[in-house]
Design a protein around this ligand. Sequence first.
Ligand code: IMO
Ligand code: MG
Length: 426
Amino acid sequence: MVGTQWGDEGKGKVTDYLSAQADVVVRYQGGNNAGHTVVVGDREYRMRLVPSGVFHGKTCVIGNGVVLDPAVLAQELDYLAERGVSTERVYVSGAAHIILPYHIRLDELDEQRRGGGRLGTARRGIGPAYADKAARVGIRVGEYVNPVLFARRLRENLEEKNRLLGAVYGAEGFDFHAMLAEYGGYARRLAPMVRDTSLLINQAIDRGEKVLFEGAQGTLLDLDHGTYPYVTSSHPVAGGACIGAGVGPTRIRRVLGVVKAYTTRVGDGPMPTELLGAEGDWIRERGHEYGTVTGRPRRCGWLDLVVVKYAARVSGITDLAVTRLDTLAGLPRVRICTAYRVGKEVLTTFPADLACLGAVEPVYEELPGWELDREPRALADLPAAARRYLEHIEEGVGLPLTLVSLGRERGQTIGLADLFGKEPGR
Ligand code: IMO
Ligand code: MG
């Protein structure tokens, strides 16, 4: 399951729905920059690291592609324990990298230094932790839970980071002993959760179990395929699941693209269909479009099918899930962007040259709006205009719709197919 836009597509809700049928649920990239809201009965849970499958008592995996903040994981385990949710079957890859306080500090300082050119990161240390991974100086969970190795690696890293913080940023460094004591505590908690998760997942597939790979963020935030440099530092696209979980591409049968019925973006960077006036405000208030992690107001705009088609291409999406159809209810008319105009040219595919993305003008189709007064249980219960909107998405992207979400609660979902079935579509 992947996000087809700039994140916050309602992936938490969809994963929760699919987790009921899955045996194993896997996070494969990102970290606690993600914020997934899951509503179970009258309770609302805000999750950042642990896969939403935890609410169904399923095996949950934090894969090697994730960057894990041990302090946040400890908090999340407490949060779940206080609410009576068992985390006994949550496993963490020994090859995942950890986020330490200097990553968070550097994320903040980098953003300050960029000034007006800032990326609008979640300031959770994600970029600096992935940078260390690529520079081959990062600390992996396997080393972290070994006290001797961790002390050695932390000392090496702090020596260099403190020098960097002082010389380049004029900032204060961190104390080795204090960090070792605090993070050593979290490590003891994490140690029993560490597994060879690639083996665990592949064995589950061998046994015929259903495995759900839960993407965080979205396609347009992918480090390679997103709107660089306004992206996150990992690979939310479907291919990221192979690398971030240790499974081969031939083992993934279907790719579900989650499409929010409109577009949002939190953070900076181009967004062609952004609505800066009253309509954007209306969507933000109706949809409670404020960040789960940072509380920032999200930028809101009409659905952009150029973006969704692009996501379908780079992830090989086989099925679509449309979420938040309820948010748009009550508008007299709605719009869908089907192409971009650049000067005299009309683009129907997402531009490879991102410099032009900031200058494109969306080409819209206008459709009648709808009201949702009763609880629809099937597509046939939806007003004709809402069905037409969904058909437009299916036709525009050229992929079958297999799930529709109409609200935050578990029951407000219309499943149109068995998503773990062999054949895509419905
Ligand atoms: P979920 O999983 C929306 C955005 C940030 C920023 C950029 C880089 O809830 O969909 P980072 O902290 O990752 O270095 O920030 O990416 N971003 C998200 N936007 N939803 C998310 O996650 C996001 N995670 C990161 O706002 O623009
Ligand atoms: Mg979110």
